[in-house]
Design a protein around this ligand. Structure first.
Ligand SMILES: O=C(O)CCC(=O)C(=O)O
Length: 317
């Protein structure tokens, strides 16, 4: 990490602008091993027809209800950028990112100390990949409402924002951040290779961006050298930029949430069981194996941990 890095300034940037960038967190062998692991995993998933592709210029993704269409995410359907999911199972370098001290400090600044991993994925932006489009990562958060007034039922919130989310009544206040992200740059992030777009300060807007009318937004990009770590608030409007040429952009995206919310990837069910004996308590907590105020438990509310193969008490007589 650069000697001039000031963690307190980074926290002020998160508060004020909704993001911060820490240069030089990974360097030397650590950086090249992570990059090599990602590239090898991506090639193997492609070879085995497991590759997940999005951001093709002509790739329909959502159905009329705003839900993902099954089978839409393939190169055959026009997908270009390659996503790799559940990185906790795919290399020690990725597991190390989840429990990195800077993650504790900066994600903890937003969420408090007991956050969990929602998703740990890679996004390899490739030439020809289009802008993902600005969105937030807590689009599902119910908007504040006036007491007794009508509201969108929480289970009916969709990725297509309601008018109350596009133009919120700010007199009602805004929801706090319950999601926060890390973006590990394993290659340089530049303005033309898909560096993450964002609109500074929008984490305090209380609003979701318009899904299609985005041309007038003052969009910037998270530009940085390979080895940098960007952290951003889950309410910040952001999305992958367009890749207009050059090398692949290698990004590892960690999304974290407060422990009372549901994780995108089911880390508890999806964890490779062979990894269990080597996991630290911090990693187990990040993966959701530590109930929070008895939520996420299996039996007694007093049990401090759950196990991958719990003692399931069955019907007894
Ligand atoms: O790859 C990026 O730059 C951002 C990806 C993103 O916004 C997302 O997956 O929600």
């Amino acid at each position: 990490m650069d000697a001039s890095f000031d963690i307190e300034q980074a926290k002020r940037d998160l508060d004020q602008h909704g993001f911060c960038i820490v240069p030089g967190v990974l360097a030397g062998d650590e950086l090249s091993e992570a990059r090599d692991r990602l590239v090898a995993q991506a090639a193997a998933e492609e070879r085995d027809n497991l590759d997940f592709r999005d951001s093709g210029p002509d790739q329909p993704l959502l159905d009329d209800y705003g839900l993902f269409k099954p089978g839409a995410f393939s190169a055959a359907n026009g997908g270009i950028n390659q996503r790799l999911w559940m990185l906790v199972n795919k290399g020690q370098c990725f597991r190390d990112m989840v429990v990195h001290p800077l993650v504790d400090e900066l994600i903890g600044h937003i969420l408090g100390p007991r956050f969990i991993l929602s998703t740990h994925s890679a996004n390899i932006a490739k030439p020809g990949g289009k802008r993902m489009g600005l969105h937030t990562d807590q689009w599902w958060m119910p908007q504040p409402v006036a007491p007794g007034s009508d509201y969108v039922r929480p289970s009916e919130i969709s990725r297509v924002p309601a008018s109350s989310a596009l133009e919120p009544d700010m007199s009602l206040g805004i929801a706090p951040a319950v999601v926060a992200n890390t973006m590990w740059m394993l290659s340089d992030f530049t303005t033309n290779n898909g560096a993450t777009e964002f609109v500074s300060g929008t984490h305090l807007s209380g609003a979701q961006p318009h899904p299609t009318e985005q041309a007038d937004y003052p969009i910037e990009q998270l530009v940085g050298s390979a080895g940098s770590l960007a952290v951003f608030d889950g309410r910040l409007w952001h999305g992958t930029g367009a890749h207009t040429g050059g090398e692949d952009r290698l990004g590892v995206l960690g999304t974290f949430c407060a422990p009372q919310f549901r994780a995108q990837e089911n880390q508890v069910l999806g964890l490779d069981r062979d990894l269990w004996p080597q996991l630290s308590d911090k990693m187990k907590e990040r993966l959701g194996f530590k109930p929070w105020n008895a939520y996420g438990r299996i039996e007694s509310p007093a049990d401090p941990w759950i196990e991958p193969e719990p003692n399931r008490i069955r019907e007894l007589s």
